[in-house]
Design a protein around this ligand. Sequence first.
Ligand code: PMP
Length: 403
Amino acid sequence: MNWHDIFATRMSRMKASEIRELLKLLDQPDIISFAGGIPDPALFPVKAFQAALADALSPVNSSSALQYSVSEGYGPLRDWIVGQMATLGVPCSRDNVLITSGSQQALDYLGKLMLSPGDTALVNWPTYMGALGAFNAYEPNYDRLSPGGNRSAEDYAQTAAEHGGRVKFAYASVDFANPTGETLDLRQRENILDLADEMDIAVIEDSAYQSLRYDGEPIPPMLALEIARKGSIEECRTLYCGSFSKTLAPGLRVGWVCGAASVISQLVLMKQAADLHSSTINQMAINTVARALFEDHTAKLRQTYASRRDAMLAALQEHMPEGVNWTRPEGGMFIWVTLPKHMDGGALLRSSLETQRVAFVPGQAFFADRSGANTLRLSFSLADDAKIAEGMKRLGQAIRAAG
Ligand code: PMP
């Protein structure tokens, strides 16, 4: 069977990354890994989920918990999200919220909704690798989003036309971004909205880490800033993607999109066609647990992750050689390291694994144009302070040996 002639052209863009394959080998116990950007399972609210699932499976609730449900998502959970969005400066109603299977599904649907082959998506350099993976299936061209506002709408439009399409949206991970840990300031958020208004394009605001701020003042989401400009969410071009993965549990796969009802209704059609709805029982469990302990639980997460971030920043300061720079995130799970120009993160990963038994993600895969060879992403979410100190010492040695 010649599968290559059978596969759709979109599959040519969907390649397993060599680095991901390498990172699969990381479960040997002597390796200290800062590669996985995932929550610490020791912090999952397991007891609360046990009680919530037992309740969902009780005689009164099981007939709905195990049944098909509506594509829009579980009503009480959408209501809880409406309340949460209001605290962020986003007044909205149930009709503005679609529950998705993780915010990853929201990225896939938004790509499917807007991108025809050859259209352009504006993304940061670097950006969330999973967003590139989701959009790639729709065969877009990427251009570099400049949150500093130093590229004109005409310039973007002309570059897009040269690639045979038009710019459809700007995508940005706004708070403590994956992979850099950086946060867009108010000016940068306003610049993106200005550009979007001028170009008549959508804005995808990825807010997966929003609840994990450890210090500094919260900055309103772009959706809130846009509502302040336009008066109502129905007039807005920003589509906010939220997630329970970093706050409650990623394995339940519950996230959401919040935006104008006219767009949400299109996404509902898409969800109906793709998977009917997200898991009913998982949405019910998330709803119960969020209502019981979201604030207290996220406060606990913030305390633990903040101390790991501080431990990593201190260890980087102590062990990194001259010429290595890194970000100082105010939240999230990641620190982004820039090596001297001549160094290569992929080669460093190989040598670090072999000689120091320490792992991270080389930065190149986060760049749509495959630049950034001299960068790498470290995650501080999984390791305790002692592992972080030892790991940074080993990484410093690996960098010295490679440099
Ligand atoms: N956006 C960003 C920036 C992420 O880092 C992730 C998870 N790594 C996601 C979206 C997707 O998360 P989920 O589908 O679990 O909500």
